[in-house]
Design a protein around this ligand. Structure first.
Ligand SMILES: *[C@@H]1O[C@H](CO)[C@@H](O)[C@H](O)[C@H]1NC(C)=O
Ligand SMILES: *[C@@H]1O[C@H](CO)[C@@H](O)[C@H](O)[C@H]1NC(C)=O
Ligand SMILES: *[C@@H]1O[C@H](CO)[C@@H](O)[C@H](O)[C@H]1NC(C)=O
Ligand SMILES: [Zn+2]
Length: 478
């Protein structure tokens, strides 16, 4: 009796319940996040995105960090977004369990989880499409398509601005501009949905380094580009300049999953899909099938973020009895992928005279591992306090920091990527140009040509989104 009362008191005082493996509805989803947040108030925070779903459900994110709510210098940011297709529900439950697990292990003193949270700001968004989830669930969760779209019948993974066309055109016309391409966008192919708009704002506001988008319907880790260069529907491998890094990232998930990378497992039915087991459980997106307006390519081409797409199983809506086992099958992969936020190099670009950090400096990388060295034509930029993060696979690189009004600074770097350690730190003190004005104009033009225009994220984006009334066009179905 005394025991019972004590137990009840404990339960009431913490208000917390043990995590249950089941399909959490939209109210229960928030309860799980609140429970985690109440158990780990020092290292977590719940926030909602700028827009609700079409039916008015808030889009929740839980953040883990030793300083919730803040970007910290040299601390890279990571995100998982699940359930973008409302009827693909496994990722949603895995993300809820992951939030519970991170809090639990941190509290228990698990050294690896503590270290991960000390080194990384992690954002977990269990559902981007709560309306679709509801419809899929109400109709039994058995249909391949019902609940896929948002409540306006729009496929959110086709609704992002198509930046692939811009980068392909720039490539063909030998225009250097290869990153942060939103500023070059002049027209949308269809109106942005509130769920899409909300996620675009998130991408523009938070300096993410790495992310993944969790889907279902196949078992494979899919990496950019998703859009084929020629427009061909299937079979056209369309590599990014970071193909080596993306392949590594996809393998970092597939090889830690219980059987995604097993060569002798069965595919999910689709003809291309039968090749995945022999490819280590990974595929280039466009090689599988081409799609435009996807979130994955948008991340890579609009920000410093690298994103891949995980297909977590043939069954889009597995029965709740399988969820615990699915967690066990995915847990190491989910954690190992988060650790990839720390591959490559990071550092601060700063003024060598004032010692102040410089945002929007361009970091350009040349791979000089072998004799046939080559430029990786996808630059990333420094953020708030001059901090930058450049994901790279092991090798030798010539890395150059550029900024308008400064002399470029190049360093030779050897990357080894020791597991479970922060990225190697390489700082760039850059020197202001102080030369006679007539020479200065030429130098500036020269540097300008190499430079990314400044894109001052959210404010500019908000204005842009409000001012540019989208031009509707028919929706591509594939
Ligand atoms: C949160 O931080 C405070 C102050 O550092 C500490 O006293 C408290 O034990 C921490 N709580 C948890 C749940 O870690
Ligand atoms: C939108 O939501 C309503 C109310 O839940 C539902 O009846 C309708 O089928 C939904 N439409 C779509 C396209 O999802
Ligand atoms: C650089 O080249 C080496 C040798 O080909 C390769 O192993 C490495 O993955 C490349 N790095 C990147 C980031 O492409
Ligand atoms: Zn999907």
């Amino acid at each position: 009796m005394v025991f019972c009362v004590l137990f009840l008191l404990t339960l009431l005082s913490t208000g917390s319940l043990q995590f249950q493996f089941k399909h959490h509805n939209n109210e229960e989803l928030l309860e799980v996040l609140q429970d985690v947040n109440s158990k780990c108030p020092n290292i977590s925070r719940i926030y909602t995105l700028s827009e609700n779903s079409v039916l008015g459900i808030p889009l929740y994110v839980i953040e883990f960090s030793t300083k919730p709510g803040h970007h910290e210098v040299l601390k890279p940011e990571f995100k998982y977004i699940a359930n973008m297709h409302g009827n693909e529900v496994l990722g949603r439950e895995l993300i809820l369990k992951l939030a519970d697990y991170l809090c639990e292990q941190y509290t228990k003193g698990d050294p690896k989880i503590r270290y991960l949270i000390q080194l990384t700001r992690i954002h977990l968004m269990p559902s981007m499409n709560p309306d679709g989830w509801q419809l899929a669930t109400d109709t039994g969760g058995t249909d391949f398509l019902i609940g896929r779209t948002n409540n306006n019948s729009i496929d959110l993974n086709r609704n992002f601005p198509n930046l692939d066309r811009i980068v392909f055109t720039n490539e063909d016309e030998h225009i250097d501009h290869n990153n942060h391409l939103l500023e070059q966008l002049t027209q949308l192919s269809e109106p942005l949905q509130p769920e899409t708009k909300a996620v675009i704002r998130l991408i523009m506001q938070v300096p993410f380094v790495l992310s993944a988008n969790l889907h279902g319907g196949d078992l494979v880790a899919n990496y950019p580009y998703d859009d084929s260069k020629s427009g061909r529907q299937r079979g056209e491998y369309t590599a990014t300049p970071d193909d080596e890094t993306f392949r590594h990232l996809a393998l970092s998930y597939s090889t830690r999953h219980a059987d995604m990378a097993k060569p002798n497992r069965h595919g999910c039915g689709d003809i291309e899909s039968s090749a995945f087991p022999k490819q280590g459980g990974i595929t280039n997106g466009a090689k599988w099938y081409s799609l435009q307006g996807g979130m994955q390519d948008f991340n890579y081409l609009s920000s410093n973020d690298f994103e891949i797409t995980m297909e977590l199983g043939c069954d889009k809506y597995p029965p709740s009895s399988e969820l615990e086992n699915e967690w066990k099958r995915n847990k190491d992969a989910l954690l190992n992928y988060m650790w990839q936020t720390h591959i490559g190099i990071k550092g601060v670009v700063y003024d060598s005279q004032t010692k102040r950090g410089i945002p929007n400096a361009v970091i350009h990388v040349k791979n000089v591992t072998n004799e046939e060295s080559y430029d990786i034509n996808h630059d990333i930029t420094s953020v708030h306090d001059g901090d930058y993060y450049r994901l790279l696979t092991p090798g030798k690189y010539k890395v150059t920091a550029y900024r308008d009004g400064y002399l470029p600074h190049t360093k030779l770097v050897t990357v080894t990527n020791k597991p479970h350690t922060p990225a190697q730190r390489i700082d760039f003190p850059i020197k202001p140009i102080t030369i006679p004005p007539y020479i200065r104009i030429q130098t500036d033009n020269y540097i300008n040509n190499k430079l990314e225009d400044e894109f001052d994220n959210n404010q500019q984006w908000s204005n842009w989104a409000e001012e540019n009334e989208p031009v509707p066009e028919p929706i591509a179905v594939q």
